[in-house]
Design a protein around this ligand. Sequence first.
Ligand SMILES: Nc1ncnc2c1ncn2[C@@H]1O[C@H](COP(=O)(O)OP(=O)(O)OP(=O)(O)O)[C@@H](O)[C@H]1O
Length: 286
Amino acid sequence: MDTILRVENLTKKYAGFQLDHISFDLPKGTIMGLIGENGAGKSTTINAILDLIKKDDGTVTFWGQELSSSKQLKEDIGVVFDGVNFYETLTPAKVGKISEKAYKQWDEYLYRDYLKRFGLPLDKEIKTLSKGMKMKLCIAVALSHKPKLLILDEATSGLDPVMRDDILEVFLDFVQDENHSILMSSHITTDLEKVADYITFIHQGKVLFCKTKDELRYKYGIIRCGAAVFDQIDKSEILAYRKDDYQWNVLVADKEKARKKYKAAVVDDATIDDILLLYVKGERAK
Ligand SMILES: Nc1ncnc2c1ncn2[C@@H]1O[C@H](COP(=O)(O)OP(=O)(O)OP(=O)(O)O)[C@@H](O)[C@H]1O
């Protein structure tokens, strides 16, 4: 089976918000970034995938099985949220002792190694650690019970750029094993540009797209032009557009074609942030 996680028509209704038939597949050996504006539904998606909230519809399967059907599955999934769920009076050493009892696959040597690598003290109470240190501790714990799938919700947001870079290296190492995968939500799209294979964009509770990062990076582009060129653009080629004070900014899925066709316009590469901004703040072609 090449799919580690399959999400089909996942639906969750809250007053004023609906997670609306979310579907995507996470293949083996890959990292998928989950992006979207605040309130788009990323955490709701992750919580529903992990059965932490009751879904209204849809199915979620890990290696073809539902989470509730197997205890082993829970061992195989490492989870990190933006926040710490250990008692604040524990120390990293005590967290290791407790985790050893909680997880069959717990590897204390690996844990100690991560603590060292992340510069974490063994015997300081968690309440005295900085936000970034707590985050690193959660990542160390998640990795040390030897999961095959890591699910991270904004788990790197409290880290400085140097530490984020180190953690991204750890994630890339983790998926070197082709049976491992990572699903990570993040607002730091430059991190996803470094490590993600797939980007799933959730907007207002719906999947706007699930694409390879390379397709976004090498094919998507932004036409910068004046009104005359904008009027000539084939509207079926426009994914989203926005006018600022000086020009039109038009997101297209094939920048090379646009470069050939609209010679009077500048066609820039599009970053994930550019794409997100144009979809969220711009207009969509009808
Ligand atoms: N328990 C809840 N009860 C009611 N509404 C909720 C609940 N949890 C989330 N929501 C609503 O669901 C919507 C999506 O929230 P969610 O936390 O999934 O977004 P997000 O994409 O993770 O946002 P952010 O980037 O800000 O973390 C929001 O409108 C939020 O208010």
